[in-house]
Write a protein that binds this ligand. Structure first.
Ligand code: 5GP
Length: 176
């Protein structure tokens, strides 16, 4: 991992990440006042963001996890499968999907439609990072911590072939 870290440039420090998450948590608390929200954390990358976000929220939460993946190569293709579904019934509940990054948008579009079919009372999306310029699928993101350039990010949940998730800041790989 040291070799990986040597190749990384810092995009956001731990402090910048925590400060921004605090702001977003406050906004979420305002929007969900008096409600209990089901948080669906999308494995694996969003674990780190989810933990820090919910600890900064005052709103009561029920924590759930899901895992999805695209089944053709590593690039998002829109061919998404649910690897781990929900263990709970979300019908009539307020639900917030927490994801690490939205890139093309195919993953979250699929996930939103999949969950919408289970008739939640409300369904929103929070992301740590948004590569807006890369969007191909139309999906509304309700809470965004950072809008980022089209760079491959690593750390704070983001991996390169499963390595680097526990780097505490968000870095990016420079083009070689
Ligand atoms: P989308 O379906 O929006 O194109 O893809 C979202 C998924 O692509 C994310 O959940 C993440 O797994 C992966 N992804 C997109 N950009 C990056 C990146 O810069 N770094 C890492 N580690 N994963 C990324």
């Amino acid at each position: 991992m040291e070799d990986l870290e040597k190749k990384l440039k810092i995009m956001y420090t731990e402090e910048q990440i925590q400060n921004r998450i605090k702001e977003v948590a406050k906004k979420i608390d305002e929007d969900y006042k008096g409600k209990t929200v089901i948080i669906i954390s999308v494995l694996k990358g969003a674990i780190f963001f989810t933990v820090d976000l919910v600890k900064k929220m005052k709103t009561p939460i029920i924590l759930e996890v899901m895992q999805v993946s695209s089944y053709q190569g590593t690039q998002s293709t829109g061919n998404i499968i649910v690897k781990k579904g929900l263990d709970t019934n979300i019908e009539g509940k307020d639900v917030l999907i927490v994801e690490d990054i939205i890139d093309t948008g195919y993953t979250l579009k699929y996930l939103k439609e999949y969950l919408q079919s289970q008739n939640p009372k409300s369904l929103k999306i929070a992301v740590l990072a948004d590569k807006k310029e890369r969007r191909k699928a139309d999906v509304k993101v309700d809470y965004t911590c950072f809008e980022i350039e089209n760079k491959y990010v690593v750390g704070y949940g983001f991996d390169v072939d499963e390595i680097g998730r526990n780097i505490p800041y968000i870095g990016y790989l420079e083009e070689e």
